[in-house]
Design a protein around this ligand. Sequence first.
Ligand code: ADP
Length: 283
Amino acid sequence: MNTIIELKNIYHNYNEKEVLKGISLSVKKGEIIGLLGPSGAGKTTLVNILTGQLSQTSGIGRVLGDDTKHITKQTKTQIGIMMDSFVLYQRLTVYYNMQLFAEIYKVDKKKIKETLEKVGLYEARKTTVSNLSKGMRNRLNMARAILQDSSLLFLDEPTSGLDPATTDFIHELLLEMKHKGITIFLTTHNMYEASKLCDNIALLNQGEIIEYGNPEEICRKYNQQAQFTIVLQNDETLVLPNAPESGEKIGHLIKNQNIKSIHSSEPTLEDVFLKLTGRKLDK
Ligand code: ADP
């Protein structure tokens, strides 16, 4: 099966309020897809539909070959979910938490050691959860999500609030999983993370996908916004738009050896989002 997620014209209403307005999306095996959008955009609603926790009001959704309205138990075992809100048993050790999850997911206990090693927590297996740092807790949440050999993972802000080393560690782990053919559906506010990891991103705003594609291509598409920042020999800074009329000016400055440095600044995903919605992603 090459297409892991297929959505056609998904709408969702809570009572009278329409929060998803015609979402269509296709995700291939081994792809990392990023769903980006400000609070209230409809990200959680969409993920809940994709994981069988909510039925869409209309439209067709398929996940791992199943209708999203009737995801079988067997398919559910293929889906790993990492949500910040997951409950960890605070007074129990890391290992004991994993043992409980293994029982819930009916996973062989032998997998616990392997999974804890994968997320770098095996040494801390005897530590009580309440004594874990935020980064370690996050790793434990990740361990829980990958315990069942899922072929599709839903991750919500997997590195939010983590130090750079732990963030890099988790990014490496996600890329490793991708290369094994695991499909990852990532919700994030972190543009750097989205640009670094995602094959494609969908920008969701007020229930609609307003832009979709490879992060670099999206930024290139909005490259008309790029600017040249030029520092002159007298340390004066000039900012020129990426437009034909700048060419002549820059040419003239180069001829007269007036330029100390020049660089172009391409728009980031954050700039693109702001341009499209008038809103910052984290607002
Ligand atoms: P996001 O995850 O992007 O922040 P949500 O999917 O949580 O967005 O919410 C989308 C919209 O739907 C918001 O306006 C939110 O208030 C509303 N909403 C979410 N859940 C419910 C619910 N159970 N009942 C009514 N409205 C809801």
